[in-house]
Ligand binder design. Structure first.
Ligand code: 2HA
Ligand code: ZN
Length: 270
């Protein structure tokens, strides 16, 4: 068996959560990440028939039957992942129609996957139905996006348009815009279902007064998506209380659509 700590997916996951912590997005045990893996990716590094223990998930996810995920642990601190990946991360395979997770590696202190596992798995299902290449769901608490949910309308079109207006490249990076959930109790199947519903039409879902979810094809892309939205929110928080003299107009955004070959969410531009 090859050393799993040297597997490209493991190295990338450790680098990503370390970077998320460095960005201040994941204080204490805040945030969680899940990465969909193929059996062929995992097999050189562990015996896929050796189940360490099974953990009930508390939900059903038939579309994810037999799928493998590398996922952050509940109560674990992103800042510690690089020093003890086998404690803070785990690899699970879903069985029983998604109702059981078979632990194959990690969570060596007896721990388990993130409390937001329902939101992650339901979001994977939703995104895979739209994009079969989607592999990542990422949640964190970036300060400016969070701050924005205290002072900006939560109307999705307005929220998206404000972010697009803050940096020229926003509409290019997330032409599908940002969906927004009202405050809901986290860690529940209900917020998981609501997040997944929102994931059908956008790869970014804001959890008002809490944080954000991003989805994408790989860790870099998903990190970059959240990074770009958070940068836009930062600009907004710098200027929201000041008179606006200039802005990115809808006409400019139509020019960006043409130049970069993207199409803004239907009805979001005038
Ligand atoms: O504790 O961020 O939403 C991790 C979280 C819960
Ligand atoms: Zn959170």
């Amino acid at each position: 068996m090859k050393n799993i700590l040297e597997a490209p997916f493991m190295v990338e996951m450790i680098r990503t959560v370390t970077n998320m912590y460095a960005h201040g997005w994941d204080e204490r045990n805040g945030g969680n990440v899940s990465l969909l893996l193929d059996e062929a990716q995992v097999a050189p590094y562990l015996d896929v028939n050796a189940v360490v223990r099974t953990i009930p998930t508390g939900f059903s996810a038939p579309a994810l039957e037999g799928k493998y995920f590398l996922v952050t642990g509940t109560g674990k601190y992103f800042k510690n992942v690089q020093y003890a990946p086998d404690v803070n991360l785990g690899i699970v395979r879903l069985t029983d129609g998604g109702e059981t997770a078979q632990l194959l590696w990690g969570f060596t202190d007896g721990g388990k996957f993130t409390s937001e596992f329902p939101a992650h798995m339901m979001s994977h299902m939703a995104r895979l139905a739209v994009d079969s290449e989607n592999r990542v769901v990422m949640h964190c608490h970036p300060a400016n996006l969070l701050a924005m949910t205290y002072i900006h309308t939560l109307d999705e079109r307005e929220f998206t348009r404000t972010l697009w207006q803050m940096c020229t490249e926003c509409i290019v990076v997330f032409p599908d815009g940002v969906n927004v959930l009202p405050w809901m109790l986290c860690g529940t199947n209900e917020i998981g279902e609501a997040t997944a519903e929102k994931m059908k039409t956008a790869r970014l879902v804001v959890w008002s007064l809490h944080g954000i979810y991003g989805a994408g094809r790989d860790l870099d892309e998903t990190f970059g998506l959240i990074e770009t939205a958070e940068k836009a929110a930062e600009i907004y928080m710098k200027i929201a209380h000041l008179p606006r003299v200039n802005t990115i107009t809808d006409d400019m955004m139509h020019q960006l659509e043409g130049r970069f070959g993207v199409k803004a969410r239907e009805g979001y531009l005038d």
